[in-house]
Design a protein around this ligand. Sequence first.
Ligand code: GSH
Length: 216
Amino acid sequence: MLTLWYSPTSPYARKVRVLIRECGLRERVNEQVALPLDDPAVLLAANPLGKVPALRLDDGTVLYDSRVICAWLAAQGAAVSPDSAYWQTQRRAALAEGVIDASVALVMEGRRPSPQRSDYWIGRWRSAIVRSLDALEGEVAALHEQIDAIASAAALGHLDLRHPTATGVMGGRRLRHGMRCSHSGHRCATPKRPVEPQPTRNSGRWLSAVYERTRT
Ligand SMILES: N[C@@H](CCC(=O)N[C@@H](CS)C(=O)NCC(=O)O)C(=O)O
């Protein structure tokens, strides 16, 4: 049985729920309400961005965001559909893109006159970034030369560019290390003494080059 976490008013979730019905998959999906602003533990565990919708598949893996879920649903009837690795790559790309969204939102919020700034949203975006960098760090070995790795490098590059004093707080140390990206303002370099397991297949040099390109 698939599980979809959704909020009744979310247009992203609604899109997914309509497609579930259009694809004739309603019987296969257990739809569970999860109100994101309440930070339900089950949703945070499913999606470190803390957003709905999120879809747990039969094998226990989870997909988000709504575009990835919709693409997966649409592929279910197809004679040939991409394998699980493809969907997890798309899901990681969505995770990194969510970090970018939160990082950009923090910049925009910072440009508002201070009485108009929302500590509540600043706190939510920061928490989402911390959780998501943690999750990406846990998967650094899976970041190959694909869109998820590019989006992760772009996310780190934006965090370093726009929040240079906060990157330590927001984390990503192991992710940077795995991707061999240095912290705020320095060239990406291979660390002198590796202290963390290195990714099995990805090319640190390639990722460093991508990261550098996000900084120019
Ligand atoms: N790009 C995401 C956007 C999902 C999204 O922003 N969902 C909102 C509900 S409409 C949410 O969960 N917000 C919680 C938050 O921003 O912390 C998608 O397509 O699924």
